[in-house]
Design a protein around this ligand. Sequence first.
Ligand code: 3HC
Length: 316
Amino acid sequence: VGEASQGGFDALIAADQRIEPRDAMPEKYRETLIRQIAQHAHSEIIGMQPEGNWITRAPSLRRKAILIAKVQDEAGHGLYLYSAAETLGVDRAELLDRLHDGKQKYSSIFNYPTLTWADCGAIGWLVDGAAIMNQVPLCRCSYGPYARAMIRVCKEESFHQRQGFEILWTLMRGTEAQQAMAQDAADRWWWPALAMFGPPDTGEAAKGGGHTEQSMAWGIKRFANDDLRQKFVDMMVPQADKLGIVLPDPDLRWNEERGHYDFGEIDWDEFWRVLRGDGPCNAERIEHRRSAHEEGAWVREAATAYAAKQASRRQE
Ligand code: 3HC
């Protein structure tokens, strides 16, 4: 952007006003938003897979109906987010190509398997819980279309979290085997859920590549990764107690001085390994996504033909 436009952009950011698609913006700001919004959109649609795996096996008709609605909500979130990214001048077909070619990421969390029904509870409770903690501040993101998309997404995520809690609540009041299943799911999802907030913003594990400082200066991110992670731990400990679930961290304890829970070290080597493509389900997730995309080609073609027909009728 030119000097005058840069001044306009800086003034809007300083006044905590929204940047809209037609406003001038620095190229790096635009690129950062495309990266984050696309990664977020990809996470929503890849995130349909772990729970989609349980639709045919949900334990009752009611659970099945809720799960279908939930997975469908994730598809909807993907659509709002791809639309928000498109306002920055990219095409969603191109973003999907970048996902399929491994050039853009999706959240680390969705590379873990859903082994039992209790995993649907743990995902709702922990993963959607972490998603809300991370996404509520994004409703105040400096980029208008992203901020507005997040409002509805957060409302739906909070319903998702409660349904996950309720699945675990029911299991924890069931047979011993059901309680063990709920505990096992929490054991497996707790640490990957903490890693979802991203690497620490400073120190060795940050690998020197953190975007937080710049993104906070631009009002894209409102909190550092570690601050959101701490808020999440503080929110979840009392909920685990209510459920009767023991969180799998011997170092988890209230720190009176800090006014927060202390917690153990996250395995950042595992996080970076998963990001490099070496998690339990990376290959399966991308393979499934690619084949769903190919099998859906006829739907996109039909929709495009229909839109062209409607447009030509309007011209007549
Ligand atoms: N999974 C995969 N990659 C991650 C990650 C994660 N959990 N956390 C961080 N990273 C990547 C970043 O993309 C960045 O990679 P790059 O430099 O190669 O682009 C690198 O690790 C360093 O991380 P930073 O913290 O510096 O990166 P960001 O500033 O982008 O912050 C973020 C990461 C906090 C995840 C931020 O992008 C964000 O808030 N994104 C929006 C929320 C989102 O994407 N959520 C997805 C999961 S929740 C969900 O999909 C809902 C569910 O219900 C389906």
